[in-house]
Design a protein around this ligand. Structure first.
Ligand code: GDP
Length: 344
């Protein structure tokens, strides 16, 4: 049988790297496009797939090279992870964020319609779309109320994907992904930042870490499992949109406590707001402090998703939950510091 071909944009990011490994394991020929130069190469190296993905020049800002790439590869599946993916950065770079995350998807879908209309398309949509729609569990019918330039840009991409499915009859799906983390996360995200800091602090390599809003509540799952759900979305008889989430929500403060505990440090909290501090309960040393540098002009208070549709239709369910995830990430950081192989 002919090998299936997949094209992954943003393949050196967390999800792109995990999905590359997953698809290679399924016998796909995997093509990757990434603007980030070599800065994400470490992920492919750690996953042991460094020379297995075929790199292709494709930039979401440039329509012609998207069409060229599609005509050359003729992919069966396209997964779009290329994005300006940091919520905080989007407040200072709203136009760039829109160019890549919103109009970039228009360029990609339009190129697909022309050059590969039968290809199946996955858009990395996001729980950030729900923004301030309250604390109830979100499902595929919940309204959106984006609260950052990032979320607004992703809202355009989300609806455009739906529109190409309906109006152009293309196989296009949105995965509405709640926060999904792993040892391959960038250190800009709070989970990995904390896991890496807790590990370094436990080894005496760092004194403390500064963070922002401790009260934000998030639904954190394991990215390695989420890429399986994305692939399943493209294997169905009909295209549709699906939420991937764990259904549990925990605060940033809880994530910090669990991560430090996994590194052997029990934390005690004192103070309020910017004056709040987390101290090592044994030594009294300040290990966590709050800085306004990490606060957002508007933050999403609480996110929790209901993945019942994905469970029912795709047979997908998260296996790793909050109970295990901070420890898994701290173990990986300790292994890195000790020069050992990281479990990914
Ligand atoms: P996001 O949900 O995609 O924005 O993922 P992040 O990991 O960047 O942020 C998750 C939540 O943690 C947000 O509510 C942030 O405001 C909060 N947070 C608190 N401190 C920090 C920090 O130091 N860095 C980041 N990135 N987020 C923080």
């Amino acid at each position: 049988m002919k090998k299936k071909k997949a094209l992954i944009t943003g393949y050196r990011g967390q999800d792109g790297a995990y999905l590359s490994r997953f698809l290679l394991g399924k016998g796909y020929e995997v093509y990757g496009a990434d603007r980030a130069g070599d800065s994400g190469q470490w992920r492919l190296r750690e996953l042991g797939i460094e020379r297995k993905v075929k790199e292709i020049a494709l930039d979401l800002l440039e329509p012609t090279n998207i069409i060229d790439a599609l005509e050359k590869i003729k992919p069966d599946e396209i997964y779009n992870f290329a994005a300006q993916s940091f919520v905080l950065v989007s407040f200072s770079q709203p136009v760039l964020t829109a160019e890549v995350n919103a109009v970039g998807v228009a360029r990609l879908l339009e190129a697909l319609r022309k050059a590969a209309p039968k290809a199946r398309f996955f858009q990395a949509s996001t729980a950030e779309l729900f923004g301030s729609t309250g604390s109830a569990q979100k499902n595929e019918t919940t309204d959106f109320y984006p609260k950052s330039p990032y979320a607004v840009s992703k809202l355009y991409a989300h609806w455009l994907t739906v529109n190409y499915r309906q109006a152009q009859h293309m196989y296009a799906c949105n995965g509405i992904l709640f926060n999904h983390e792993s040892p391959l996360r960038g250190e800009e995200f709070v989970t990995r930042k904390i896991a890496a800091s807790a590990a370094r602090i436990s080894k005496g390599l760092q004194q403390k870490v500064a963070v922002g809003n401790l009260d934000a509540l998030r639904d954190w799952g394991y990215a390695k499992e989420y890429v399986e759900g994305m692939w399943l979305m493209l294997q169905q008889p009909r295209p549709d949109d699906y939420i991937l989430a764990t259904g549990e929500t925990h605060s940033v403060r809880e994530w910090i406590e669990a991560s430090f505990a996994a590194a052997g440090i029990k934390l005690e909290w004192k103070g309020k707001g910017l004056a709040e501090k987390g101290r090592d309960a044994r030594t009294g040393k300040v290990r966590v402090e709050v800085s306004k540098d990490f606060y957002r002009p508007a933050d999403v208070k609480e996110l929790v998703g209901d993945a019942a549709k994905a469970r029912k239709v795709l047979g997908w369910a998260p296996r790793t939950r909050f109970r295990d995830l901070p420890a898994l990430m701290v173990q990986a950081e300790l292994a890195r510091l000790e020069g050992k192989k990281v479990n990914l």
